[in-house]
Design a protein around this ligand. Structure first.
Ligand code: HEC
Length: 182
């Protein structure tokens, strides 16, 4: 008798906590989507079959959380816009996420802008997800990516991975960066 009253009370407490905190989380997720829309540093062209909310959330993850562009660009900021030199921050859109940064031992970051068919890095979501979860190089499945921090990204939820993929599908396509100045 006592035990069932206790269980009922705990359940009621849990339900109350859930009802009270849900609106807070809904507000927070809305704020992240809105922030993602605001901070996208390049004009977005969202494919017709892609949900804009997912794209904006992906922008938030790519720009504010995972900072993919710090590695996937050979010149993230121009000299006059480099925040590490105390200047006002502005991303260098001419080589946004087009790769070309060298990490030594022949490892160079990849171009992850959409290819001619609109697929980021030229890969499907299935391949992207597998890469993020396992670190297997899509072009050489026997090899593990060595610089790319997939060991952290692998814990992201499916919806977060899809949001990043959707965002990367909406950014401008660029030729791969490299030795040429950007
Ligand atoms: C610390 C640097 C670093 C960060 C941060 C980083 N990457 Fe990478 N990424 C690389 C490098 C370098 C490669 C190429 C191969 C390797 O790691 O050995 C790569 C490879 C990839 C590839 C494979 C592309 C191909 O064509 O083979 C994809 C896709 C990718 N990264 C997406 C992302 C995304 C999305 C983010 C942010 C969520 C991200 N990366 C953040 C360094 C990074």
């Amino acid at each position: 008798m006592f035990k069932s009253t206790f269980v009922l009370r705990s359940m009621a407490g849990f339900m109350l906590a859930l009802v009270c905190t849900l609106p807070v989380w809904a507000d927070e997720i809305y704020a992240e989507v809105k922030r993602g829309q605001e901070i996208a540093p390049v004009p977005l062209q969202i494919p017709a079959d892609v949900n804009p909310i997912s794209v904006y959330f992906g922008s938030y993850l790519v720009e504010a959380v995972a900072t993919c562009n710090s590695c996937h660009s050979n010149k993230e900021y121009t000299a006059i816009n480099n925040p590490f030199e105390g200047k006002p921050k502005k991303v260098n859109a001419t080589c946004y996420l087009n790769g070309g940064q060298s990490f030594g031992s022949g490892i160079v970051s990849a171009n992850i802008t959409p290819d001619k068919t609109g697929k980021p890095a030229g890969i499907t979501f299935k391949t992207f997800k597998n890469l993020m979860r396992t670190g297997h190089d899509p072009r050489d499945p026997g090899t593990l990516l060595q610089v790319m921090p997939w060991d952290g990204f692998q814990n992201m939820t499916e919806a977060s991975l899809k949001a990043m993929y959707d965002y990367l599908s909406s950014i401008p396509s660029l030729p791969t960066g490299g030795n040429s100045p950007c």
